[in-house]
Design a protein around this ligand. Sequence first.
Ligand code: C2E
Ligand code: MG
Ligand code: MG
Length: 670
Amino acid sequence: MNAFKSNYLLAGFLLVMLLSLAVTVFLVYTGERMASRHSPLIDAAMEIKINATLGHLWFEEILSGDSNEDIANVWSYLELADWYASAMLTGGENEEGVYRPLKDPALRTQIESVRTALREFETIARERYANLQGSAPGSKIDQEFDMVFADFMEDADQVETHLHARIRNDLHDFRRTAILMIALSFGISLMTAYILGRLERQRQRHVIAIEQANTEIRQAQAKLNYLAHFDGLTELPNRTLFLDRLEQALAHAKRKTVFVVLLVIDLDKFKSVNDRLGHGAGDQVLRLAAQRLRKSVRSDDSVARLGGDEFTVILSDIDDQENAMAAATAVSKTILKELSTPFGFNGNTAFLSASIGIAIHPQDGLEADELLLNADHAMFEAKATGKGIFRFHSKEINERVKRQLRIENDLRTAIEQDQLCIHYQPQWDMANGKLAGMEALVRWRHPKEGLLQPGAFIPIAETSGLIDKIDIWVLEAACRQYRRWRDEGLKPGKLAVNISAMLFRRKDLVRIISANIAEYLIAEGELELELTESALLEDSAHTRELLEQLRRLGIQLAIDDFGTGYSSMAYLRSFPAKTLKIDQSFIKDIHIDKTADAILRSMVELAKSMHMDVVAEGIETAQQETFVRAVGCQYAQGYLLGRPIPADELRTLMISQADENVRLLPPNGS
Ligand code: C2E
Ligand code: MG
Ligand code: MG
């Protein structure tokens, strides 16, 4: 930039200097040329007059006899006068200077006439000198002589005057040219200064623009660098920076033989915050959670966000294993406490908890990848065994998690390989002891593990996003089976199918159900969908709309595992469910916990007041059956009354039911 500045300023300065120099040189040169041209001419004009006058004087003296002067001098004066005249016309040189021929035609004519007059004067002078007696003063020839001389002087004066006029003119022209040139060079200098000023301002603007662009580039680079290493939402280090820090901590630990603790923290039920309150609220919760995590550790411990609702904490430079475990436990407890405190923002409240997995270097992994994987497995275990807890990594956990991952992998192909099947658990009408319907419960004939119960794979299907496909398969298979029974003339009652929150969220749910109803000719009131409270609560507008569409299709709705979720009385009113299925945990506590009895009783009363049917789930003892009947449950389901059984066994049950018209003893199902 400075080079640019000095270059063009210097060029401008040089231009002005050169211009001034050129003008000066031109003026000096022109002035000198004028002087050298005019001065000899003026001199010559003077010389003509002087020499002619001297010749005249000497001649008169000689004639009057007052002088001893030689007449030859007179002739040489006259000759000299003529020499000057001819020098003015044709040029010449003597010791006084160089005479250049005059070009002006008028002046030339005048000089010619001066020469003529001079020649005439000389002719008369010679005549007089030859005839001295006849040329005495006052004689005719003397008078003629004086007249010719006077004519000559007049002509010579005119030449001189003319020459002076020419010099004046030339001087005038010179002055005008000089003024013009000085004005021009002044103008050019002004213009140059103006242009330079503009260029300078432009340059300054460019300099500012370039500096601004540089600043922006620097800021953009800083931002890119920030984005490459930090999470934009929580401002915590991201995965890349976290791995970098973990590797540094491990490298240091290897050199100094110290311990490093890695915590992987995953928020529980975070998805439901997003679903219930929207993604903006989800982001807010993540920001608050990040702040609380930072607060839970020392300033030199490293907190990062791996992505989604997963965070990490590195506690480094711990001198022994016992201290490492103590630090991991203390920090985990603080974090669990912090994250289980309700998150309040913008008038909303979100209740969360977290699951923490812990791995310690060196025993749980020497390298970053291994340590992270093991902490992840421990977190997975914490999630699977209750949530809101922390777990240290162990070999057993690793085995369990690996098995879970294997199951998840196998589950992806279970449907295509026809490994799923359904067991049906009868539901009984308490009033007449007859079969009121059945619940379709999925099973998996795993090629290596044998028959798997839903508990072993449904949670995995839920977290890995496979649950909706399983539900769709179960729905179709159960409806097909139901049609078969109907076609055989059996009376299966109501078919209950479990629907996951994931399938319930799908936009094409109504289309899937109508397709099954149409294909298997399912009549109104024959199909009941079982949904948990949490699935119903996710998006009330969508839920209401969906339930209305299902109602129009003649599909009934049951709220499954009632009492374990939010149990909000308000939503029972807003979502018209036909059936309330009281969770087994309440049945288990009958006669054991007095409050459980009271709660059960009031739940049944509440359902009845809302004209809902009540199903008591998990009846295992006769006392439980008696109690639920006494409090007014219309329907019952449980091992005492019938375990989930394959379709053909249920067929036998239905046939014998029709024959005997009495309730059978429970067969030995799964
Ligand atoms: P659920 O819908 O509450 O089903 C009732 C569960 O209680 C069944 O367990 C059943 O076998 C069990 N049960 C019935 N009577 C008794 C009893 O007297 N004592 C005890 N201890 N348990 C009893 P199952 O078949 O293991 O299913 C567990 C859960 O898996 C189901 O709970 C349901 O939430 C889920 N599930 C089953 N099949 C499906 C399916 O096709 N789709 C979805 N999304 N979930 C399913
Ligand atoms: Mg169910
Ligand atoms: Mg249930």
